[in-house]
Design a protein around this ligand. Structure first.
Ligand code: IVH
Length: 715
């Protein structure tokens, strides 16, 4: 029930939506708009959720029900039209000179040894070669970048999306741990670290909040985020925030040759650095340091959620470089997840974009690590039945049933999962869950392919759930991002039969010659908004290749894979031709495709299959016919190898194959696994065989490793 949320609720919330009078409906819609806007703001902007997920869902559902019963009363600010949360308005935007990245995660000791092995492999270091890492607590706060010019703090910015953050300079200046001036620093120095709140300060702040009748914060991280991102810096000043420095961004001169030296310099410059930072000579020492920190965790007086390991040598860090959003030279070893027990009230099946039937656990809401959880993933039917991916028992073979008493866990910010079930508390009438063999949305067969843990609906675009999810993906921010056409409108237009495939979006105006007239008569649309929508759609006809590839919603092709493919094929014509003629598992096109750094066999065959599947292809062709697809620009245009296709063969002596590829691609070259007429440069080390012969026959420029390094300025 939703009545307990706010005292001033209308008296009608217990009545069926269609039994309300128009007056009551209007009043309740106004109330709901207010509640939902406040909840959105609290959750997304202020990092301080005020109501549980379940209560939020109940409000949304009620709002939809009343809107359905009284379409004329739908408000211009209807919460059902809002996707996601309010962005904090009022802060200026800051473009980070060097992107603020996140970290990959390790969850157990094996992940740590794997990390070390990956680093060694990339660098071509043997198992016994010395390699030093730093290990330090991972502070559970929010990251901040401080820019000093000539020793003076000139700007402070939050991480934002990694590329653009919020300008919180005035707020940062109120934090005692952040010096205004520093002496002896490089001319330009961006110091990065974590803003956090200690347990004691958090408790005192919440006591104050309570005394003042203000809402207490859920946890120290929320309190720190909410306090830093205050438009009024005086409020930030009244909140006891702290700052640990652990990294840097743009810098005009190096601080030291290694990570530990650089951190020591930051400490000398007046920044607070974490005293539990150590250097370790390998995984055993790293894990020992992790265990030491874990033992002290409860006594530290502030929240940490793991230990971060970084390659100490900064030259090696540079060579290792980055994947799309995480460095290859660092990893976060997370502490085990937080746990809680609750009742499993229902198991729902959701049908996703790729037809996957995903079971979702509906839980009696429970707080896990400061967050109210009411849904958890159940992965797939084997998981429910008590079998893991390899068929071996999980939870000692115990299945999960509706009515069960289940243990929930959350690791970091991942979706909550069910870890265990208590058989002693299983109700007598609980029955094993019967996983549907038909798609609950369209009734098509739902099949499990050999070796696939997931059961998938075979309905393709005839399945309304798949079609709608594919189209929601299509209009999402990283894809076509059409203003005025969000998830909600897609659902509406789909159910009206206006759009069935993405191409239909672009023919909407034409098919409805009087489109505006048509749309205008819909609730929520006026002449202007209809006109704006058609204009916004037209605006997006000219679209970069990477967005088109991403928008297709092909399995295993996320945003960064789409960019990788676009950078390799450059034009839609080239991409389309290659995918049309490719054969999974063999041939030049296949070799070229899986030769791309970041493209594996699974992704490659998924792209080829999607592009060769008749119905899907027809829908893609229809779409592309509506578009003006822009070629991908080469990554770096000013490098001597930008846009060139390079093949490495034979033994490389100064770097590993992966590193050579990574460097070449960072300089805008395309790295391919096979020599063809399109190859510009063959870099041939000792032992080069057939590729060198072929290159010679084709007249491809061939050079050795040293010449290559000289060419790219790294000799
Ligand atoms: S290093 C290029 N060190 O964790 C990587 N990050 O999950 C730079 N964090 O966004 C980050 N403590 O907000 C680093 N000792 C530490 C950290 C730390 C907390 C946060 C940081 C980052 C996130 C990544």
């Amino acid at each position: 029930m939703i009545e307990h949320i706010k005292p001033d609720h209308p008296e009608t919330t217990h009545l069926a939506a269609d039994s309300l009078s128009p007056d009551q409906a209007a009043r309740e819609l106004a109330w709901l708009a207010k509640q939902l806007t406040a909840a959105n703001t609290a959750y997304h902007r202020d990092d301080a959720p005020e109501i549980s997920d379940a209560d939020y869902d109940a409000l949304k559902k009620r709002n939809l029900a009343i809107e359905a019963a009284f379409p004329d009363l739908k408000r211009p600010d209807s919460p059902s039209e809002q996707v996601g949360g309010a962005i904090a308005e009022g802060f200026g935007k800051v473009q980070h000179a060097v992107r603020m990245l996140s970290l990959g995660n390790a969850f157990d000791d094996d992940d740590v040894t794997d990390f070390d092995a990956r680093v060694r492999k990339y660098l071509g270091l043997g198992d016994d070669a010395p390699l030093t890492y730093t290990a330090e607590p991972k502070i559970d706060g929010l990251s901040l970048s401080l820019r000093y010019e000539s020793g003076v703090l000139v700007q402070a910015a939050t991480r934002g999306d990694g590329s653009v953050g919020e300008n919180v300079t005035a707020n940062a200046r109120t934090i005692d741990d952040i010096p205004e001036r520093i002496v002896g620093a490089p001319d330009v120095l961006e110091v990065r670290g974590e803003v956090y709140m200690s347990h004691a300060d958090f408790a005192a702040l919440n006591e104050r909040q309570n005394a003042e009748g203000a809402k207490p914060f859920a946890n120290p991280r929320n309190a720190a985020a909410g306090s830093l991102r205050q438009l009024d810096a005086r409020i930030t000043k009244s909140r006891p925030l702290r700052f640990f420095a652990y990294a840097w961004g743009e810098i005009s001169a190096p601080l030291a040759p290694n990570q530990s030296g650089a951190i020591a310099r930051l400490s000398d410059l007046g920044f607070v650095t974490n005293e539990l930072t150590a250097t370790c000579d390998g995984p055993a020492a790293m894990i020992a340091h992790y265990q030491m920190i874990e033992e002290r965790r409860a006594l530290l007086g502030y929240d940490i959620d793991g230990v971060v390991y970084k390659v100490d040598d900064l030259e090696l860090q540079r060579r290792l470089g980055f994947r799309s959003t995480t460095p290859r030279w660092a990893i976060a070893h997370k502490f085990p997840a937080e746990l809680a027990w609750t009742t499993l009230e229902a198991i729902d099946i959701q049908v996703g974009r790729t037809g996957a039937l995903s079971p979702v656990a509906r839980l009696k809401p429970v707080t896990v690590g400061g967050v109210v959880v009411s849904n958890a993933t159940l992965h797939n039917e084997d998981y429910i039945a008590g079998r893991g991916g390899d068929g071996a028992p999980i939870r000692e073979g115990r299945d999960v049933r509706v009515g069960d008493w289940v243990q929930i866990y959350r690791a970091g910010d991942v979706i909550p999962k069910i870890k265990d079930v208590d058989l002693a508390r299983r109700p007598n009438d609980a029955v094993p869950f019967a996983f549907p063999k038909l798609c609950p949305e369209c009734g098509s067969d739902a099949i499990r392919e050999e070796g696939d843990a997931v059961r998938r609906c075979t309905g393709g675009m005839i399945c309304p759930a798949q079609a709608v999810e594919k189209m929601k993906h299509f209009v999402s921010r990283a894809a076509f991002d059409i203003e005025g056409l969000g998830a909600k409108q897609v659902e509406q237009f789909y159910s009206d039969g206006w759009i069935k495939t993405p191409a239909d979006i672009f023919t909407l105006r034409d098919r409805y010659g009087i489109g505006i007239q048509q749309l205008k008569n819909r609730e929520g649309w006026g002449e202007k908004s209809a006109q704006n929508l058609f204009d916004a759609i037209d605006d997006k006809r000219k679209v970069p290749l990477n967005r088109v590839i991403f928008s297709l919603g092909i399995r295993h092709v996320g945003e960064s894979a789409a960019a990788t493919l676009a950078n390799h094929y450059i034009s839609w014509t080239a991409f389309e031709a290659a995918m049309t003629h490719a054969v999974v598992g063999e041939g030049d096109i296949w070799d070229d495709l899986i030769g791309i750094d970041g493209v594996g066999a699974v992704m490659a065959s998924s792209v080829i299959t999607a592009m060769q599947q008749e119905a899907e292809r027809a829908s893609i062709d229809a779409l592309v016919a509506q578009l003006d697809v822009q070629d991908a620009a080469a990554v770096a245009t000013d490098s001597p190898v930008a846009g060139k296709t390079v093949v490495f063969t034979g033994t490389l002596e100064k770097m590993t194959r992966a590193e050579a590829k990574g460097r070449a691609e960072a300089l805008g070259a395309k790295v391919s696994g096979s020599v063809s007429a399109k190859t510009d440069i063959l870099v041939a080390g000792p032992g080069a065989g057939s590729k060198a012969t072929k290159a010679e026959a084709l007249g491809v420029q061939t050079m050795d490793e040293d010449a290559w390094l000289a060419l790219i300025g790294e000799a």
